[in-house]
Design a protein around this ligand. Sequence first.
Ligand code: GLC
Ligand code: CA
Length: 570
Amino acid sequence: MTSASDDWKRGVVYQIYPRSFQDSNGDGIGDLPGITSRLDYLQQLGVDLVWLSPVYASPQDDNGYDISDYRAIAPEFGTMADFEQMLAAMHARGIRLMMDLVVNHSSDEHEWFRQARSSRDNPYHDYYLWAEPKADGSPPNNWEAAFQGSVWEWNQATGEYYLHMFSRKQPDLNWENPRLRAEVYALMRFWLDKGVDGFRMDVINMISKPWAADGSLPDAPLVREGFLQPSFGMTCNGPRLLEFLREMRREVLDHYDTITVGEAPLATVQQGRDITHPETGALDMLFQFEHMDLDSVGGHVMGKWAARPLDLRELKRTMGRWQDELHGRGWNSLYLSNHDQPRPVSRFGDDGRYRVESAKMLATWLHGMQGTPYIYQGEELGMSNVAFERIEDYRDIESLNFHRVATTERGWTPEQALAAIHTKGRDNARTPMPWDGSDQAGFSSGRPWIALHPNAPEVNAAQALADPNSVFHYYRALIALRKQLPVLVAGRHELLLPGHEQLYAYLRCLDQQRLLVLCNFGAGELAVELPPEVATCQAERLIGNYPEAQPLALEGLRLRPYEALMCWLH
Ligand code: GLC
Ligand code: CA
């Protein structure tokens, strides 16, 4: 859409969480020169794009998702020269770069906010969202923040509250203000003029708030079944969202060759279609969350900490709907992991005996679908969740705040809170990238900012590169297939056996070509009974996660634990 060509639709994106990728100077924190030194690895994997989590100046209250200067690099990550070198080195390898654009909120240490909070007359005051206390002095409404507590923080100097959907150090920006929007567009141009190729836009569907006619923000419905109030429900997909995004497209994106993906909690498929529609939309892709919310009691955020098992039929309904509804009129992003999510093998596979098999199965399942696949660092090694024994070993503000509030205000025992963090905490994804079997896994010569995964001596990149049957080489093969096979890019998705609780089966169809994807989501063997029009076809195996069984016959087929197969139908 905003791209000159559709080339990126054949591409695969790799997400780098800079703090945990590669440290180059021994301070225990990953950095830009570290990334540059590892680009050959990404090239070998075959990815086309990198999404880089924030590296801007930041007090790091939320690991960089709190930006104090949008045009500067945080010193712990390096310098602007380091950034430019990294970008040039990526481009030299044919890898394009998407920056993280975090403009629903800034840091409270951003100059705009320093000014804004100083007085009501300050020209920057209207860059943020303010409200008067209620008559009794209490906050303006009942919304709760993603990282616990009220979204409202008192500002003494102006005698008002300001709004923060995340931590109190992440005040929300006022998108109703055209001057603020112009600032955002200018900073986007700054990076695009430097040569970056696009943006991943942080919680971008939260920028338009649901203002009532009297200028207030109405209370959220109180639902106490989960842990948090669902205040996200009040701010996601607000009334002016599409208008703002279209303006951004007109003002900025249409003038460059860009790739864009918007993070969109609670987005519905209709919103996905509106926003990613090539002519009338604004962004190339969305990160929708429906499939990420299926194993929580209360859905997104609210019930995040109250886990429940995934029902495969629900996953089919959800993914099938996005696949079908966006076909031909929008574009999907395909992801199972990122820096906010637990590791997929632990969550949807088996991180013990079948770690390798289930990592490959999940990859087959995801990479077989229509859309642009995203790989989060370490996913290609089959990295699993980590279970630190002490809360002191955790770093993530979300987990730490949850633990404090759960144990002091909500009656959870420390063991319960820690168990929830083991299952759902974001630090699962943030342990340092294990590069080899050495002391600090080749990540750093110093002490990493967060402990390594204890399995780093076995699960690491050097091991994976050396083993032809590794998860890494399997991902490499899947990425290569996407480049070779138009059906993977353009083919229509067709779900089979929607009611089956263990087998996920679907077709991809383009012209006369039909590709079948079969995934056993269970640790038990499975006798596969496909619909007759499929079962009677000749199958020709393309890729699978077990040694080839000769010959492949769909009738009477048995799948082994977590077995996945992709095959042509003739
Ligand atoms: C997004 C980011 C997450 C961050 C939050 C606030 O969800 O992915 O890491 O904490 O927004 O910026
Ligand atoms: Ca460093």
